[in-house]
Write a protein of this length. Structure first.
Length: 529
């Protein structure tokens, strides 16, 4: 027992650390500010508070790249990417501001690493929590509006997708806390399930613009979007309980909603629970006119005859999230995450009065169940840091459509889909002499349940139909990647990165199958003036 304790203390001493001071906008020290170090996967490696002179000192279990986060009452959160070398003590000055500032830190450009945006060759768009709250009024994808190289694609009030570098759908990979959110059955266009993630549950959204398949697979031709959940923090002193509640109202659609977050923090265990609910009512078009209304396109009538608000544009959304973090030992961290989201009453307005003129285009029982458990260890044998996780993702919908552009005698089609995905992910990292070598793997097994039929309102006959994806179809996707970052100490201003990935996938359905694999790579460099 004595030998193991001495070994642990020696390792912590060799790990190095960071010292610094927290100042307010006037340059005065801030007392009692909470300071923490987090990994790219949000494991809290060290935490503490500033003293009477605003100074802090933190020692993580090992060197590496960390997210330094400072929170103080009355100030906007501060964060920065810090690189800690083994056996050395870094120094940092954190200057707080009264209002939120745009983030210059990314955890997505280089998998498993926290780097400043200026240090990576990847083009990154990052939204912090305050920006997400301002932009995402009714749904999450609204946050992409007006950003460089990024846009929102929306085909219905409840449905939306991230449009990155001219591509969307199956060409933009979406990850949630490092776990793949998009599935093999992703549509080519807008995502049905993207907005089931409530914006109030996220701490940040990162969008990697441009091909990024070396880390995220071949379906990231347009780019990759990383949704980072809010995470509870360990207490630096006595146990703490925090709660916050918010309400919103949107006049354009008479929408209203509520969100609540409660966190409980101890020295080694912390939990966060969040719930959100909203009602989105009929949208008011600009000047009360809908230029794409079916009655204008097909009949030449003024759509104002239906009023200034658009029919079939309302829906209800609600859900909850639970997140738990625990420090099993000074070197081991465990996190557990589960969320449930649901939308009721949504319709495809673009296929109804707002476009095609059909009578029925329902989106029924849109549901999401997403969760994972992750273990992260510092000083894992030869590696400085390693992690492993297992995930579950279930996405369910039922589409009910009657075509014929208003033909009440047309058949009504019912297409139910439920895709269940089980996944595993693992990563490791080793640092030394200006090099950061990382590697990892991921694999997902998916199964589709998709019975489909049509009903005739004239005869009452029910007929089995062909679904979008065969009922009982199974998918397997997997990949292995290695990543290297080199920043020579002599140069100081140069950083070179490269990544290589081998990925594959398999598809099997009654009477059909396919297997494919391939290699992708990336090399980039940044020279700072």
């Amino acid at each position: 027992m004595m030998a193991s304790t001495v070994w642990l203390l020696l390792m912590l001493e060799l790990a190095g650390g960071i010292e610094g001071v927290v100042l307010d906008p006037a340059g005065a020290p801030v007392r009692g500010a909470e300071v923490s170090l987090r990994t790219a996967q949000q494991a809290q490696a060290a935490q503490g508070r500033t003293d009477g002179e605003g100074r802090f000192s933190l020692t993580p279990p090992t060197g590496g790249s960390y997210l330094l986060r400072v929170e103080a009452r009355g100030f906007a959160p501060y964060q920065a990417a810090v690189h800690l070398a083994a056996g050395a003590v870094a120094r940092h000055t954190a200057r707080l501001s009264l209002s939120p500032v745009s983030s210059e830190v990314t955890v997505s450009a280089e998998v498993g690493s926290v780097v400043a945006a200026a240090e990576t060759a990847q083009r990154i768009t990052t939204l912090e929590r305050s920006e997400i709250e301002e932009r995402a009024v009714t749904t999450l994808t609204e946050a992409a509006r007006g950003l460089a190289g990024v846009a929102e694609q929306r085909t219905a009030p409840a449905m939306g997708g991230f449009f990155v570098r001219g591509l969307t759908g199956k060409n933009v990979a979406v990850y949630r806390d490092g776990v793949r959110y998009t599935t093999s059955a992703q549509r080519g266009g807008v995502s049905t399930f993207q907005n089931l993630v409530d914006a109030s549950w996220l701490e940040r959204v990162e969008m990697v613009r441009g091909p990024h398949s070396a880390q995220y697979g071949s379906d990231s031709m347009g780019g990759a979007v990383h949704l980072v959940s809010g995470a509870p923090s360990f207490a630096a002193g006595e146990p703490e309980v925090r709660a916050e509640q918010g309400f919103f109202y949107h006049s354009a659609s008479n929408s209203f909603g509520e969100q609540t977050r409660v966190s409980v923090a101890g020295r080694r265990v912390a939990a966060l629970a969040a719930v959100a609910a909203r009602r989105v009512n009929r949208t008011r078009a600009g000047q009360g006119q809908d230029s794409r209304a079916a009655v204008r396109r097909f009949l030449g009538l003024d759509p104002a005859i239906f009023g200034e608000r658009l029919n079939d544009t309302g829906f209800t959304q609600y859900g909850g999230m639970v997140r738990l973090q625990a420090q099993a030992s000074p070197l081991d961290h465990v996190s557990l995450h589960y969320e449930r989201g649901q939308q009721d009453g949504a319709r495809r307005y673009d296929q109804l009065q707002g476009g095609d003129g059909n009578l029925i285009a329902d989106l029924r029982n849109l549901m999401l169940d997403f969760g994972y458990v992750r273990w992260e260890r510092f000083q894992a044998g030869w590696l400085d840091r390693a992690s492993a996780s297992a995930s579950y993702n279930a996405q369910r919908e039922e589409r009910v459509n009657q075509g014929g552009q208003g033909n009440a005698a047309g058949a009504i089609a019912h297409q139910y889909e439920r895709l269940s995905s089980w996944g595993v992910q693992a990563q490791g990292e080793k640092r030394g002499r200006g090099h950061t070598l990382a590697g990892g793997l991921e694999g997902y097994r998916e199964r589709m349940k998709s019975p489909a039929y049509s009903w005739s309102p004239v005869t009452g006959a029910v007929t089995r139909t062909r679904p979008r994806v065969p009922d009982g179809a199974e998918y397997a996707s997997y990949g292995i990647f290695v990543q290297e970052a080199w920043s020579p100490a002599a140069a100081g201003r140069l950083r070179v990165t490269g990544a290589l990935r081998w990925g594959g996938g398999a598809y099997r359905a009654p009477g059909d199958s396919l297997t494919a694999s391939g290699w992708t790579g990336r090399v980039g460099a940044v020279v700072r003036a």
